[in-house]
Design a protein around this ligand. Structure first.
Ligand code: SUG
Length: 445
């Protein structure tokens, strides 16, 4: 049966701000404490969704999460009324308050790992929400993410939403940002590639020295087991620890796959030749041939890749068999990257089109086009079985733009997180959003 790849983009929440919470993520660190514009951030994300939906790509939206997370604040000893909790947290630990307020669920590539039904033993689509346990602000996400995925993919004849892995360093799991499928096309059986940063139970295995490796081999293996993936069609490869130390905190900052194409930087993997060999062998088993697009350091340095987010792009299959590369506008502002891209589309290869977006608000926290989307390949029956209210249409786009215009602020500075009315505004916005999306009870408000 044919299948389409839906991109579920995260709708940026009303508390989007720059708190410098992600050690190892260069952009997050560099923009700490600058003022954000949540309204602009949400509109930039919606513009991307609308444009891609209008081009005929299957597009849906994942809603933001309730913030601040009062459960976290209360569990850490901030007591009293909601206003008291906020005031005390701001005074005693503004960084914890920022964690409770983070709009990080917008980066839905980290929401879960998804295996389409063609790959799994029981023929259902499997989801494992990521525990994101490397960072406090992100470790909060999986509770609502699980609830949201179960609301959208509730039909157990077609979908299985697993519990997250144990939230402990051995099972650090960052979801689809370290996972991709390679095969002939979206509807075909494919090889699932898991890229990990370190190995918990092998202290001899190479690991980064400066910045954390967020994904473990043990976590990737557990997800593959839970999803019932065949060994012969599952490949685990290690990310190059040196690039993690240069700011490549997820594999999707240095590589992206789509259908038979793997677009990657020559320094992406610890053992490039070994990775290609394993992939080619596994892909032979699904009658597909790998098309590598390898970018050399002499053309684009790791630093240029990290600053432009060249590889945090979406590779999208078009009806004519070619692919479009969805890039952030920063790629055109970087001379080496712009030159490389010009050559790429002129080369006569699979990628023959560039689609660029202004995603500056998200980019300033280290989130490019690919961070903002979770890929879910669905056949026609599965696409019908999921909740329909999240599918991006022209009508939904306009409704959401009006909703953003009504509820979002256009400036959030660090001290604004202490303002008790912000919490009230976020609540009101989400209550209305759950109605718009036809998901009553989505939040525990
Ligand atoms: O986890 N930034 C996110 C960016 C996630 C990007 N996702 C992918 N590469 N798939 C992170 O580092 C910054 C939040 C702050 O500093 O306020 C943040 O969480």
């Amino acid at each position: 049966m044919s299948a389409r790849e839906f991109n579920f983009d995260g709708l940026v929440g009303p508390s989007h701000n720059y708190a410098g919470l992600s050690f190892g993520n260069v952009a997050s660190f560099n923009n700490v404490k600058s003022a954000s514009n949540p309204k602009e951030a949400a509109l930039q994300g919606l513009a991307k969704m609308r444009a891609l939906a209008a081009r005929g790509f299957a597009q849906a939206v994942l809603p933001p999460q309730d913030r601040p997370n009062f459960r976290l604040l209360r569990s850490l000893g901030f007591t009293g009324s909601d206003a008291d909790v906020l005031a005390r947290a701001f005074k005693e630990s503004p960084v914890i308050l920022a964690c409770a307020y983070s709009a990080s669920p917008m980066w839905t590539a980290n929401a879960a790992t998804v295996s389409p039904s063609r790959d799994t033993a029981d023929g259902r689509v499997h989801f494992t929400p990521a525990n994101l346990n490397n960072k406090l602000h992100r470790a909060l996400e999986h509770v609502q993410t699980s609830r949201t995925l179960r609301a959208i993919f509730g039909d157990e004849r077609h979908f299985a939403v697993h519990d997250t892995l144990p939230s402990t360093p051995a099972f650090g799991d960052e979801g689809a940002a370290n996972h991709t499928r390679l095969g002939a096309h979206h509807g075909a059986e494919a090889v699932e590639l898991f890229v990990y940063g370190r190995v918990e139970f092998d202290p001899q295995a190479p690991a980064p020295k400066r910045f954390p490796a967020r994904q473990t081999l043990e976590a990737s293996q557990a997800v593959a087991r839970l999803h019932g993936l065949a060994d012969a069609r599952t490949v685990f490869v290690q990310q190059n620890p040196d690039v993690i130390d240069q700011g490549v905190f997820h594999n999707d900052v240095i590589a992206v796959g789509n259908a038979d194409v793997l677009f990657y930087h020559e320094q992406a993997f610890a053992d490039e030749q070994g990775a290609l060999f394993q992939l080619r062998q596994a892909m032979a088993g699904v009658d597909a041939e790998l098309t590598p697009i390898r970018v050399e350091t002499s053309m684009v340095s790791v630093q240029d890749a990290v600053h432009s987010y060249l590889f945090n792009s979406q590779l999208l299959s078009k009806a004519d068999g070619k692919m479009a590369l969805v890039i952030p506008q920063e790629c055109q502002e970087n001379a080496a990257v712009a030159r490389y891209l010009e050559g790429l589309v002129a080369s006569g290869g699979k990628v023959d089109e560039l689609i660029h977006f202004d995603l500056r608000q998200s980019m300033r926290n280290g989130g490019g086009p690919a961070c903002l989307r979770l890929r879910v390949a669905l056949d026609e029956r599965e696409a019908q079985a999921m909740h329909q209210g999240v599918v991006m249409t022209e009508a939904l786009y306009h409704t959401l733009v009006a909703w953003v215009e009504k509820h979002y602020r256009d400036r959030l500075a660090p001290q604004d997180l202490a303002d008790p009315s912000l919490a009230v505004e976020v609540h009101a916005a989400l209550e209305e959003l759950s109605r718009i999306l036809g998901l009553p009870g989505l939040y525990d408000l």
